[in-house]
Design a protein around this ligand. Structure first.
Ligand code: FAD
Length: 309
């Protein structure tokens, strides 16, 4: 009929999921429901964020250690150095290593106020590149670092920020995970600049499904992420309609990932914000399916729940 044939052969992307440590018992229940729901999709690793200035330290540590103890997922612990002494940071890294946690997402972090300005010095590691070098001295961690397709707000220039990324990788990081972005071209242009700067480590796109447009717009303004007009337009008139918002959010994320896949990018880090349904739908559309064993376990769990209720 002259139409190009539909592509069913796009490879399933490699995915990792990011969780937020819970602040309350109820939030913990939601997080673990989310983890159990997404685990069967076999993410490459799952990371747990660390609150501004280390404010969720206990929640992050206990979630990472529980992931290691009770699941077969590979946990990655976000670890920030701002406002902490070198000894505190090193002790925590040693504790993770002793517990079998091998992957750290090494970050400078921000002060608790959320300001992107340089944080006050605490005599600890000043920048993420110093933290990476410190972690390397402690153990043979797999280390991920942050990258900024639209440049970190406090960077002197885009070139200085790129030099900083290179410094972090040269110090021993294995890969970078990007700040989220909405236009695929933003990532592709940045990726080209990385290649031109001689960076060969994987630069994994960070994907932020837009579950709450207002919240994302405010947060994006703080961290220097552009919210394009087309995105604002898509969410107009959806305030009263969460179901419509979820459908739009999944379509936007899938389209973004499919566009990047067309350029050969095949690994993605998805912020779940502990919402399992949206992430599951995105992963499902992209081809992820539970493994047979996991599907059987789920059936068993469902029948046990049915017996109880
Ligand atoms: P750095 O790489 O140290 O860079 C910070 C700034 O300093 C940049 O502007 C850089 O250009 C500049 N700089 C670096 N070295 C030098 C130098 N020697 N001289 C002068 N300037 C320099 N925050 C949290 O609190 N918890 C989290 O769990 C968390 N997870 C994140 C995950 C991802 C994927 C991303 C992208 C960000 C995350 N953040 C998190 C936010 C992050 O902590 C902030 O963006 C922070 O402001 C910078 O952290 P960084 O590791 O990129 O810092």
């Amino acid at each position: 009929n002259g139409l190009p044939s539909r592509r069913f052969d796009t490879p399933m992307p490699v995915m990792s999921f990011e969780f937020v440590p819970p602040g309350t018992r109820m939030m913990a229940q939601r997080l673990w429901r989310c983890i159990r729901y997404l685990a069967p999709l076999s993410p490459r690793f799952v990371s747990v964020t660390y609150g501004a200035g280390g404010t969720t330290r206990t929640g992050t540590v206990s979630t990472v250690l529980r992931l290691k103890r009770e699941t077969d997922l590979v946990p990655a612990a976000h670890l920030t150095c701002t406002g902490a002494t070198r000894r505190d940071v090193d002790d925590l890294a040693r504790r993770y290593w002793a517990a079998g946690v091998r992957h750290i997402v090494a970050l400078r972090g921000d002060p608790p106020t959320g300001s992107a300005d340089d944080p006050p010095q605490s005599g600890g590691y000043a920048y993420a590149s110093d933290l990476v070098a410190g972690l390397r001295r402690i153990a043979d961690f797999e280390i991920s670092v942050a990258a900024y397709p639209e440049t970190h707000p406090a960077a002197l220039s885009p070139q200085a920020d790129l030099d900083n990324l290179k410094r972090k990788l040269d110090a021993g990081a294995t890969r970078a995970i990007t700040q989220y972005f909405f236009d695929a071209e933003t990532y592709l242009r940045f990726f080209d600049r990385c290649l031109a700067a001689g960076i060969t480590a994987p630069i994994i796109p960070g994907i932020m499904p837009v579950s709450d447009y207002g919240q994302i717009a405010r947060f994006s303004a703080l961290c220097g992420v552009t919210v394009p007009d087309w995105l604002t337009h898509l969410f107009e008139g959806t305030v009263e309609n969460p179901e419509l918002r979820r459908i739009i959010a999944s379509i936007v994320a899938v389209e973004q990932i499919r566009t990047l896949q067309a350029y050969g990018i095949n690994e993605f880090h998805i912020s779940t914000l502990n919402r399992s349904d949206l992430t599951y739908a995105i992963a499902h559309i992209l081809g992820a399916r539970p493994t047979e064993q996991h599907a059987a376990d789920n059936r068993l769990q469902c029948s046990e729940t049915a017996e109880i209720t």
